[in-house]
Design a protein around this ligand. Structure first.
Ligand code: CA
Length: 509
């Protein structure tokens, strides 16, 4: 987050600079970003720590007419907005064939290979790598569902191994050819109870191996991830890593989902990851997390987290506000960064852009019904809800009954109009730290006035005879370049001597 545009002003304070130049330590004098949210810096063990986001539904939303805006309300490519805010990796799910016999999409973004190619290439255009999350199904694969793709339904395990290898290898080559920068591949999604219709652990590992071999053949530098859920079941999670080792599955990253309303404490998550990292030397990662910035719904389809659902619990430590949402992300990143020996690879936020296609906020009666019906038409036509009625073809008992819109529009980083929330800054601010406070610019000693003693205070900081707190650092950075240097003292002197200054010294900032 750039600071208020003042950075572009030309510094013309040569008058005093020459008299005071001496080296300063940037580390001791760097100023945290002033922001509308507060994020404590994380000292990452891993310099390339993944600050990722899954936006698999975004193409279907755009097709339905949704636009995304930066915080100033200007429409921009969402991948630019994410990159500008510090997101450095994009995750995308891939379903083999999420369409019925007549070509109608099942919904959930109709997340087929073509959408992954589009998302991957657009992410690469803004310097972001891609995690390809193969579900090896035609629709949602999670702990309760691991149904084989329609085309694989009657295959033996051995035939599925071949199909998985070929599908993985060919799909990755297509995604790469479209311009994506593939950095990691998931062999299955939340494969806690099976994969591609195979639920016997005497067979499951064979499919992990086939997928992994395909990734290695595609590009040996690409990371292979295996993804489980329910880290609160500590012994089960450890068992999975033992199992992968016993069966000699070739993988790099042991990934888990972490939803704080279900998945235990962050201390436990770190401990589970430490076991895998210490015992097997694997990287660990949170492949999915999210948190609500509000308990309100904006599309008429009930949300996973609401005023009557998943909104209380020992591990919901944060407010349902943009600040609380940022706090959750920061806390999960910190828990992964705490894994021993820099084996915490990163965190992906799940579906951080799955917003409404039409805002029901403030509507009631027929106005609400009309908006809801308009939304339903879009969900059906573009597949931009969690499931369409056509999904009954593949998933009659769940999607076929309860199809509809987004259950996570209140966990996005964009409001109902598509405008970026300040919580999105967390992806950058974890690297720098930020403070949410107002100070009197130039009042370095905090006595409420800008005087010559503030100049002295900055000189003492530069001589390393005092240490500043965040408030002092912020008030002393009068030239707003995020670092305290002699130029800040000079500018205050200019102000006091009434020589004129380009900066808003002696005003609230
Ligand atoms: Ca909703």
């Amino acid at each position: 987050m750039k600071r208020k545009g003042i950075l572009s002003l030309i510094i013309s304070a040569a008058l005093f600079i020459s008299a005071f130049t001496f080296p300063v330590s940037a580390a001791n004098n760097s100023v945290p970003y002033k922001d509308s949210i507060t994020v404590e810096k994380i000292d990452f063990q891993n310099p390339g720590f993944i600050r990722g986001m899954d936006v698999s539904s975004v193409i279907s939303l755009e097709n339905a007419g949704v636009t995304f805006k930066n915080e100033a309300g200007e429409t921009e490519d969402i991948f630019k907005i994410l990159s500008d805010n510090g997101v450095n990796y994009i995750r995308v799910r891939v379903w083999n064939d999420p369409y019925d016999a007549d070509g109608y999409g099942y919904g959930g973004g109709n997340s087929d290979l073509d959408k992954a190619k589009t998302i991957g290439s657009r992410a690469a255009a803004y310097g972001m790598k891609l995690l390809v999350d193969f579900h090896y199904s035609d629709f949602w694969a999670d702990p309760s569902k691991q149904k084989a793709p329609k085309a694989w339904e009657n295959m033996t395990v051995s035939q599925k191994q071949t199909a998985m290898y070929n599908y993985t290898f060919n799909s990755l080559n297509e995604i790469k050819a479209a311009g994506a920068d593939i950095g990691m591949v998931q062999i299955g999604n939340e494969t806690t109870s099976g994969i591609a219709g195979v639920t016997d652990f005497n067979d499951i590992y064979k499919l992990f191996k086939s997928g992994s071999q395909a990734v290695r053949a595609f590009d040996s530098s690409v990371l292979v991830a295996i993804h489980f859920t329910d880290p609160e079941n500590t012994s089960t999670m450890k068992w999975y890593s033992d199992y992968l080792n016993q069966k000699q599955v070739d993988y790099d990253v042991f990934a888990s989902s972490y939803y704080p309303y279900w998945h235990g404490s962050l201390e436990n998550l770190t401990n589970v990851f430490n076991y895998v990292a210490d015992t097997y030397g694997k990287y660990t990662m949170v492949a999915e997390t999210s948190y609500a910035y509000t308990l309100d719904d904006t599309d008429g389809h009930g949300n996973t987290v609401s005023a009557w659902n998943n909104n209380t619990g020992d591990n919901l430590l944060w407010d349902f506000t943009p600040q609380g949402q940022a706090d959750e992300v920061r806390a999960v990143m910190n828990a992964v960064n705490n894994v021993n020996n820099a084996k915490g690879l990163g965190v992906f936020y799940w579906e951080g852009a799955w917003i409404t296609v039409g805002d029901i906020t403030g509507k009631s009666g027929s106005a609400w019904t009309n908006q809801y019906n308009a939304n339903k038409l879009l969900w059906e036509q573009y597949g931009c809800g969690w499931a369409s009625s056509y999904a009954a073809d593949f998933d009659p008992d769940d999607a076929g009954q309860y199809y509809g819109g987004s259950a996570v529009d209140n966990q996005a980083f964009f409001d109902a109009n598509g405008v970026a929330l300040p919580s999105l800054h967390v992806f950058k601010n974890v690297c720098t730290g930020s403070v949410n406070m107002t100070v009197l610019l130039g009042d370095s000693d905090g006595d409420g006035n800008v005087t010559i003693s503030d100049v002295t205070e900055i000189q003492r900081l530069l001589a390393e005879t005092v240490v500043f707190d965040d408030s002092q650092l912020l008030s002393s950075d009068v030239d707003l370049d995020c670092e305290i240097t002699i130029n800040d003292a000079t500018e205050i002197q200019r102000f006091l001597a009434e020589y004129g200054t380009d900066y808003p010294i002696n005003s609230n900032y």
